[in-house]
Write a protein that binds this ligand. Structure first.
Ligand SMILES: Cc1cc2nc3c(=O)[nH]c(=O)nc-3n(C[C@H](O)[C@H](O)[C@H](O)COP(=O)(O)OP(=O)(O)OC[C@H]3O[C@@H](n4cnc5c(N)ncnc54)[C@H](O)[C@@H]3O)c2cc1C
Ligand SMILES: *[C@@H]1O[C@H](CO)[C@@H](O)[C@H](O)[C@H]1NC(C)=O
Ligand SMILES: *[C@@H]1O[C@H](CO)[C@@H](O)[C@H](O)[C@H]1NC(C)=O
Ligand SMILES: *[C@@H]1O[C@H](CO)[C@@H](O)[C@H](O)[C@H]1NC(C)=O
Ligand SMILES: *[C@@H]1O[C@H](CO)[C@@H](O)[C@H](O)[C@H]1NC(C)=O
Ligand SMILES: *[C@@H]1O[C@H](CO)[C@@H](O)[C@H](O)[C@H]1NC(C)=O
Length: 464
C-alpha cells in the first residue's frame, strides 16, 4: 500500500518536473553522451579525461568560466609570473604523475611556498606573539592516527562509529593527552573554520599519512613551470565543446534503472541545452544547493541534506605596506592552542613577485568578494600600525580573488552516528548517479585514486 502511494507521488513529481524541464528546454539542442559530469574541478576533469580515454563520450557542466576548481592562478601583469593562490602541491604518486603526463605537463618536486621568516601575529589587533613558533609534529599524533586506518583513504566507518572520533579536536587532544602538534601542518591544505571544534574524525581524515608524507618527507609534485592552472587549460583545450563553462543544471530526471539514463536541462551562456546521458557523475560539492535541481528522492535528500561545506576565500594583494622579508601568519595570543579568531585572514604568503602576496580567509558565514576584501584591508591596516618598518599610508591593491565555498562538506556528529557516510557510500550508482570529489578525503591525488576506482563501475553501468 505504502509503496503504491510513493509510486504515484513519485510519478506525479516526475511528470511535473518533466514539464518544467520541457518548458525551459523546449526546442533546446540535445547533447547525447554516455556520461554527464557535473563540476570540472580536480575530480570532474580527471573523470572526463579518463572516461574519454576509455572510449566513452562525455559532457562536463562547470559553473565557473574555467576548469580546475580549487586551483587558482594569477599572472603578474608585468612579468607574466604565475602566482598560485589556491592549490599548492600534489602528493607524488603514480596516479598523479600519469595524469600530468597525460595532460602534457612536466612535473618537478613541489614546495609549499617558503615563508621567509614568518611573523606570528594576532590579526585581531596586530600584536605579535612573543617567542611563538609552530609546534612540531610528534609521535603522540601518529599513534592516534594509526588507530584509524579506515580514515586514510575515505570515510568507510565501522558501525557503530567510535565515539572518540566524534569528539571535537580540543576534547580529543585532552582525552588522549596529545599536544598541539596537529596545528603544525594543519593549515595546509585549507581547513575552514575553527580547528579546535573540528571533529577528530575529520582531523585524522585530512591530516592523514599521505598529507604527512607531503609535509614531512616532501613527497610532492607540481607543474615544473609553476603554472598550476595549465593542466586544466590543456584538458579544456582537448575536451573543447564537451565542456559547458559558466553553466548549471536547471532541472533533471534520473531513471531508476541503468537503461533509463538521465536527462538534464542546462543553462549555458548560449541558451538552454538538454543533456541525455546514460550515467551521471556528480563531482561538485554534494550539498543541497548543488543537488536540488536533480529531483532528489527522499532517500537521497535525507543523506545529502546532512552535508555542509565551510566558508573559504583566497586572493592576491599587492602594496601591503609591510616588510617583504616575512610571511604573516594569524595566531591567537589568548586562544586555545593559539588558533586564529574567526572570521579572519589565515595568512599572507609572499610569492615569486616581490611585494605581491597571496592570502587565505575563512569565516563562519558566506561572504561576498567585497566583504572579504574589505575585511582583509582592515587586517592589513592593523598590521601596518604594529609591524616594525611598516608603511601605515600604503593602500593595499586587490588583484585576484577566488571563492572556495562550500569547501569540503562534512556532516555533524549526530548524523555520523546515524550512519550518514554509510548511506552516502550506498548511494553510489543509485538512480544512475555516482559521487566523487572532496567529501571522502581532501587531497587531489587521493581523490583521483578514489575516482579511478569508481570509473570501471560507471563504465559498466553505461554499457547496460
Ligand atoms: C585554498 C585551497 C588549497 C588547497 N590546496 C591543496 C593542495 O595543495 N593539494 C591538494 O591535494 N589539495 C588541496 N586542496 C584540496 C582540494 O579541495 C582538492 O585537492 C580538490 O580540488 C578537490 O577536488 P574536487 O573535484 O572535489 O573539487 P573542486 O576542485 O573544487 O571542483 C569542483 C568543481 O565543481 C564546480 N561546481 C560547484 N558547484 C557546481 C554546480 N552546482 N554546478 C556545476 N559545477 C559546480 C566548481 O566550480 C568546481 O570547479 C586545497 C583546497 C583549497 C580550498
Ligand atoms: C564565463 O564568464 C566569465 C565571466 O562573466 C567570462 O569572462 C567568460 O568569457 C565566460 N566564458 C564562457 C566560455 O562563457
Ligand atoms: C618537458 O620537458 C622536456 C625536456 O626538458 C621539454 O623538451 C618539453 O618541451 C617540456 N614540455 C613542456 C610541455 O613543458
Ligand atoms: C623570549 O625569549 C627570550 C630568549 O629566549 C627570553 O629572554 C624572553 O624572556 C622571552 N620572552 C617572553 C615574553 O617569553
Ligand atoms: C601527557 O603528555 C606530556 C607530554 O608528552 C607528559 O609529560 C605527561 O606526563 C602526559 N600525561 C599523562 C597523564 O599521560
Ligand atoms: C589507491 O588507494 C588504494 C586504497 O583504496 C591504495 O591501496 C593504493 O595504494 C592507492 N594507490 C595510489 C596510487 O595511491
Amino acid at each position: 500500500m505504502k509503496s503504491v502511494a510513493i509510486g504515484i507521488s513519485l510519478s506525479l513529481a516526475v511528470s511535473a518536473l518533466a514539464s518544467k524541464c520541457a518548458a525551459q528546454c523546449h526546442n533546446a539542442e540535445v547533447i547525447t553522451r554516455d556520461v554527464a559530469i557535473i563540476g570540472g574541478g580536480a575530480t570532474g576533469t580527471y573523470a572526463a579525461i579518463n572516461l574519454k580515454d576509455a572510449g566513452k563520450s562525455i559532457v562536463v557542466v562547470e559553473k565557473k568560466g574555467e576548469l580546475g576548481g580549487h586551483t587558482a592562478t594569477y599572472h603578474d601583469p608585468a612579468t607574466g609570473t604565475p602566482i598560485n593562490y589556491g592549490l599548492q602541491v600534489y602528493y607524488d604518486d603514480p596516479l598523479a604523475r600519469a595524469f600530468f603526463s597525460r595532460l602534457n605537463i612536466n612535473v618537478s618536486k613541489g614546495e609549499f611556498p617558503t615563508s621567509h621568516t614568518p611573523l606570528y601575529i594576532d590579526f585581531t589587533d596586530g600584536v605579535e606573539l612573543a617567542n611563538y613558533s609552530i609546534p612540531g609534529l610528534n609521535d603522540d599524533y601518529l599513534a592516534e592516527l594509526h588507530k584509524y586506518p579506515y580514515l586514510e583513504n575515505g570515510l568507510e566507518l565501522p558501525d557503530p562509529v567510535p565515539e572518540d572520533l566524534l569528539l571535537p579536536w580540543s576534547a580529543y587532544m585532552k582525552k588522549f593527552n596529545i599536544t598541539d602538534d596537529a596545528f603544525a601542518t594543519y593549515s595546509r591544505p585549507a581547513v575552514a573554520g575553527d580547528l579546535t571544534k573540528t571533529l577528530a574524525l575529520f582531523v585524522f581524515n585530512n591530516l592523514n599519512t599521505v598529507m604527512l608524507e607531503e609535509e614531512i618527507d616532501g613527497k610532492t609534485i607540481v607543474n615544473a613551470n609553476g603554472d598550476y592552472a595549465e593542466p586544466f587549460r590543456n584538458a579544456l583545450a582537448e575536451l573543447g565543446a564537451d565542456v559547458l563553462l559558466n553553466s548549471t543544471v536547471v532541472s533533471g530526471q534520473r531513471g531508476s534503472k541503468p537503461a533509463e539514463g538521465v536527462r538534464l536541462c542546462v543553462s549555458t551562456p548560449s541558451g538552454a541545452k538538454q543533456i541525455v546521458a546514460k550515467q551521471l557523475v556528480f563531482a561538485a560539492p554534494p550539498v543541497l544547493d548543488n543537488l536540488s535541481p536533480f529531483n532528489l528522492d527522499r532517500r537521497e535528500s535525507a543523506v545529502v541534506s546532512q552535508f555542509a561545506g565551510g566558508f573559504y576565500y583566497t586572493g592576491v594583494v599587492t602594496n601591503l605596506g609591510l616588510p617583504t622579508a616575512h610571511s604573516y601568519v594569524n595566531r591567537g595570543r589568548a586562544t586555545e592552542s593559539h588558533v586564529a579568531s574567526l572570521p579572519g585572514n589565515v595568512m599572507f604568503n609572499p610569492t615569486a613577485v616581490e611585494g605581491t602576496y597571496y592570502y587565505w580567509y575563512t569565516s563562519l558565514s558566506a561572504l561576498t568578494r567585497a566583504e572579504v576584501e574589505a575585511a582583509t584591508r582592515d587586517t592589513l591596516k592593523r598590521l601596518q600600525r604594529r609591524v616594525a618598518g611598516a608603511d601605515a599610508g600604503a593602500e593595499p591593491a586587490f588583484v585576484a580573488y577566488n571563492s572556495h565555498t562550500p569547501l569540503h562538506p562534512t556532516a555533524g556528529a549526530e548524523a555520523i552516528r546515524a550512519g550518514v557516510y554509510r548511506d552516502m557510500y550506498a548511494l553510489q550508482g543509485y538512480r544512475n548517479t555516482w559521487y566523487t570529489g572532496s567529501l571522502m578525503v581532501t587531497g587531489s591525488p587521493q581523490l583521483w585514486n578514489i575516482t579511478s576506482q569508481l570509473l570501471p563501475k560507471i563504465i559498466a553501468a553505461s554499457e547496460q
